[in-house]
Design a protein around this ligand. Structure first.
Ligand code: FEO
Length: 392
């Protein structure tokens, strides 16, 4: 646990969860995570966000070390339990404390944590509260990444407390982000959590232009004292720009798909196209998600299993759909022996998405010279598509 005074009477309380390796029972955390709370000491004492119950003891140790004897308000920017899960314990200890959140947040906190209605104050978009020397303003920012989310802006010191937005799943002994060591973690976080809400985030970034921000203090990972670096990165990630890159997600059971993928990778490299192949039996899906942020094309490679795609590939394709990357083109490399319905599955999953499907290469058994020629043709089509977008 780290306690750091980031500005006069404003303390970051970073409770690291070094050992956590999975979030939402889905997302790998290769570097753990942290749950950050912020304590604002003033005429009214405020805690912004609490912590996951996993680090409750660390948060209460910090409360002890900071000699906090009174809390007036707990601001819940986001109701997900990694930030709200310890609020009931704080309310239990500090009987006069009230929770401040959005209208939707109030509904969620009552429902998820059974917090009594009379302990919750809901605020409107843009509403301010004065806590003494400091004034806090609440900015509605729905869907980063739940519908109830708000950002809290401390006007005097120009600090933005955005909870998940701009966060990183990173347990760290360093409180301040530096340009060199945080962007990959921040991009992973964006890819896994924020990417499905790219269009909403674009609007929020526009709204934030109305605020002078000198520090961004999220509730996961390090704190930014150069906000422009992470804001510029977000502007790039949420933009419609894609790169001359092909992501290949695949499984090979007996080597046919592997042979085809290896050949195809070589064909793309020869055309100066960046390639990122992911063998789904081994890959960290967070790495896959990062690659999806700005790649122009995705190729799905699968053998046939009981008439359809390999279940890992089906799962990854569904993940691709719900992450909503800005991918422009998709194709499929598939194998079978006595029959396949794999394309029906992909058509079903990908229907309605704004994607151009390039003719798949589906083959029987091991790839032959004719199949390699088809893979060459597929590589050439992708090259032409990327060229039309001025990516090459
Ligand atoms: Fe870090 Fe959406 O919770």
């Amino acid at each position: 646990m780290i306690i750091k005074e980031i500005k006069e009477n404003i303390y970051a309380i970073i409770t690291n969860d070094w050992d956590r390796r999975l979030f939402d029972e889905l997302i790998p955390l290769p570097e753990g995570t942290s749950y950050n709370s912020y304590f604002l000491k003033d005429e009214k004492n405020v805690i912004i966000d609490s912590s996951d119950p996993r680090t409750k003891d660390k948060l209460f140790k910090a409360i002890e070390q900071l000699k906090i004897e009174k809390i007036d308000f707990i601001i819940s920017n986001h109701s997900e339990q990694d930030h709200s899960g310890t609020i009931p314990d704080i309310l239990e200890k500090f009987k006069q404390a009230k929770v401040i959140t959005s209208e939707k947040g109030k509904e969620f906190l009552k429902s998820l944590l059974l917090i009594p209605e009379d302990r919750i104050i809901s605020v409107k978009d843009g509403e301010k509260i004065n806590i003494g020397q400091k004034t806090l303003q609440f900015i509605y920012a729905p869907f980063v990444h739940w519908p109830e989310t708000i950002l809290t802006y401390e006007i005097k010191n120009k600090i933005l407390f955005p909870c998940d937005l701009f966060g990183s799943h990173l347990a760290t002994s360093k409180i301040w982000a530096t340009e060199n060591d945080f962007l990959k973690g921040a991009k992973r976080y964006y890819a896994e959590i924020m990417m499905p809400f790219r269009n909403q985030i674009k609007k929020h970034l526009e709204k934030l232009k109305n605020y002078q921000v000198e520090i961004i203090a999220p509730s996961h990972g390090p704190v930014y004292d150069k906000p422009e670096v992470i804001i510029d990165a977000y502007n790039q990630w949420v933009s419609d720009n894609v790169k001359n890159c092909v992501v290949i997600l695949y499984v090979s059971m007996h080597g046919s798909i592997k042979k085809a993928v290896d050949y195809f990778v070589k064909a793309l490299i020869e055309k100066d196209i960046e390639v990122k192949p992911f063998n789904l039996t081994e890959t960290d899906i967070g790495e896959l998600a990062i690659s999806l942020v700005d790649s122009a094309t995705v190729i799905i490679g699968t053998p046939t299993v009981i008439g359809g795609p390999h279940p890992y590939v089906l799962s990854a394709t569904y993940l691709f759909k719900i992450l909503k990357p800005k991918t422009k083109f998709v194709s499929i490399i598939g194998s079978f022996l006595w029959g396949t319905n794999m394309l029906k599955y992909f058509e079903e999953i990908l229907k309605g998405e704004n994607l151009e499907i390039i003719e798949p290469v589906i083959f029987k058994g091991f790839p032959t010279k004719e199949i390699f020629e088809k893979l060459e043709t597929l590589a050439e089509k992708i090259y032409q598509k990327h060229k039309e977008l001025n990516l090459i």
